[in-house]
Design a protein around this ligand. Structure first.
Ligand code: NAP
Length: 252
């Protein structure tokens, strides 16, 4: 196994991926932006698995922070061969006319531009034409990219659709460089992000559950098990694929 950088690795899906990847022998760079304590908890678990961990504070929407995060991780752990882009935030819930433009802008800076900047820094290091050894990138998208989230967060959904397009284009562009790129589209997963949204609008969560054939909210492990497969060599011929993890919910 190699070195895996997980953005948003301090909580939720990113933390779950970091833990599972450590159990599978990856050394882990754990990125956070404000929750150092959570990031250190994840790092302690990672180290307990007999692999190395480093904790890196960076706001992914800041390109200087992104570059520094990659450099620090490589200094501490060695060349990065895996990147999971999980850092992300939600936006307001409601129809477009109720959205706050500043909030939407901030969300897109993190969820789209930040993820893009991380992919760019990863390719600059992993691509064979730059002397790299290849690698894998997994982007955490959302079922919202396919449901489009009318009445709740069309801005967030549009951002995740942009992530899906990037995933496919980058997979095609970088396969000759030994870089494999995938996405996962989780439905509602039991994390802080969803707990906050459910507090604001319990009806939103009830609506999602009503439309979920297997009748339950997803757990972080539902996502991390798929991501772990995508990080393995077994997935290479599936590059450009995006896996839906949403309990069979109709997404189109
Ligand atoms: P979460 O529990 O709220 O965790 C968010 C993570 O992102 C935290 O580690 C946070 O760091 C980090 N983060 C936030 N802003 C950042 C920034 N500017 N720079 C670097 N890190 C930042 O969220 P989650 O539910 O795990 O969501 C993870 C990803 O899955 C997101 O991309 C989200 O859109 C996507 N997703 C989630 C669901 C769901 O139902 N939960 C469904 C579909 C897709 P701190 O701990 O320092 O704040």
């Amino acid at each position: 196994m190699g070195v895996l950088l997980v953005t948003g690795g301090s909580r939720g899906i990113g933390a779950g991926v970091a833990r599972s990847a450590a159990e599978n022998g990856w050394h882990i760079g754990i990125n956070y932006t404000s929750n150092k304590e959570s990031a250190e908890d994840v790092a302690a678990y990672v180290r307990s698995q007999g692999v190395k961990a480093c904790v890196v504070k960076a706001d992914v929407s800041n390109p200087d922070n992104v570059e520094a995060m990659f450099s620090r991780t490589e200094e501490e752990l060695g060349p990065i061969t895996g990147l999971v882009n999980s850092a992300g935030i939600s936006s307001g819930i409601g129809p477009i006319e109720d959205h706050d433009l500043e909030q939407t802008h901030h969300m897109l800076e993190i969820n789209v531009f930040g993820l893009y900047a991380c992919c760019r820094s990863a390719v600059q290091r992993m691509a064979k034409r730059h002397g790299g050894q290849g690698g894998t990138i997994v982007n955490i998208s959302s079922a919202a990219a396919r449901t489009h989230a009318p009445g709740s967060f069309v801005d967030y959904a549009a951002g995740k659709a942009a992530v899906d397009s990037l995933t496919i284009g980058l997979a095609q562009e970088q396969a000759p460089q030994g870089i494999f790129v995938y996405g996962v589209r989780p439905g509602v997963i039991n994390t802080d992000m969803v707990k906050e949204a459910a507090k604001i609008s319990p009806a939103w969560l009830e609506g999602i559950l009503a439309g979920t054939p297997n009748g339950r909210i997803g757990e972080v492990e539902d996502v991390s098990s798929a991501v772990l497969w995508l990080l393995s060599e077994d997935a290479h011929h599936s590059t450009g694929s995006i896996i839906d993890i949403s309990g069979g919910r109709a997404t189109q």
